[in-house]
Design a protein around this ligand. Structure first.
Ligand SMILES: [Zn+2]
Length: 170
C-alpha cells in the first residue's frame, strides 16, 4: 500500500490525540445539540484545544479515546502485546499533556469534563445515560468530571497525578 498520508498526519494519527471530528466526538455533539446545548468546537485559544466549549457554562469538554488517553479499568484501555516500552512512553506523554491542559483550564476558571469514548458507545445499548450524567454533572457545580461507561470496578477516574511508575510490567 502506497504511503498516502504525510509524516505530519501520520504522527498525529499515531499520537491518537488532537484529531478532530472523531466518531465519539460527533456522537456527543449530536446528543448535546439535540438537548439544546450550544457550544463551540476546538477553540485553539484554550489549553489543550477542548473538543467542545460551552462558554455559557464556563465548561470545556474533552472527548477522549479510552485507549490513547488511558481510561483506567475500561476494556478499551489495554496495552498492546508488542513494543510495550514504546506504548507506555506514548501513553504517559498523552496523560501528562491531558493533565497539564486540564489544570491550565481550571486555573483560568473553566470547569473541565472528560467524556470517555466508551460512554458514547454505550449510548447505543443504554440510550439516555450519557446525557443524564452530563446534565447532572453540569448542575452539580463540580469543577471536574469524568463520564465513562460502567467499568469492572472502582471508579472511572484515570490516575493522572500518579503515573504508576511502580506498577510491575504485566
Ligand atoms: Zn472507556
Amino acid at each position: 500500500m502506497p504511503d498516502v498520508v504525510s509524516k505530519k498526519v501520520r504522527s498525529r494519527m499515531m499520537a491518537g490525540i488532537g484529531s478532530k471530528h472523531t466518531k465519539p466526538e460527533v456522537a456527543l455533539r449530536k446528543l448535546l445539540h439535540r438537548a439544546g446545548f450550544r457550544f463551540r468546537l476546538h477553540r485553539s485559544d484554550l489549553p489543550g484545544r477542548p473538543d467542545l466549549v460551552m462558554a455559557k457554562h464556563a465548561t470545556a469538554i474533552f472527548v477522549h479515546g479510552c485507549f490513547w488517553h488511558r481510561h483506567t479499568g475500561c476494556r478499551f484501555c489495554y496495552v498492546p502485546a508488542s513494543n510495550q516500552e514504546f506504548w507506555r512512553a506514548k501513553f504517559s506523554a498523552n496523560m501528562d499533556r491531558d493533565s497539564a491542559s486540564e489544570q491550565a483550564l481550571m486555573r483560568n476558571g473553566w470547569r473541565v469534563v472528560v467524556v470517555w469514548e466508551c460512554a458514547t458507545r454505550e449510548e447505543r445499548t443504554n440510550p439516555g445515560r450519557l446525557l443524564d450524567r452530563f446534565s447532572r454533572w453540569l448542575r452539580s457545580g463540580r469543577r471536574r468530571g469524568y463520564i465513562g461507561a460502567r467499568v469492572r470496578k472502582h471508579s472511572a477516574r484515570p490516575s493522572t497525578t500518579k503515573r504508576n511508575k511502580n506498577r510491575p510490567d504485566h
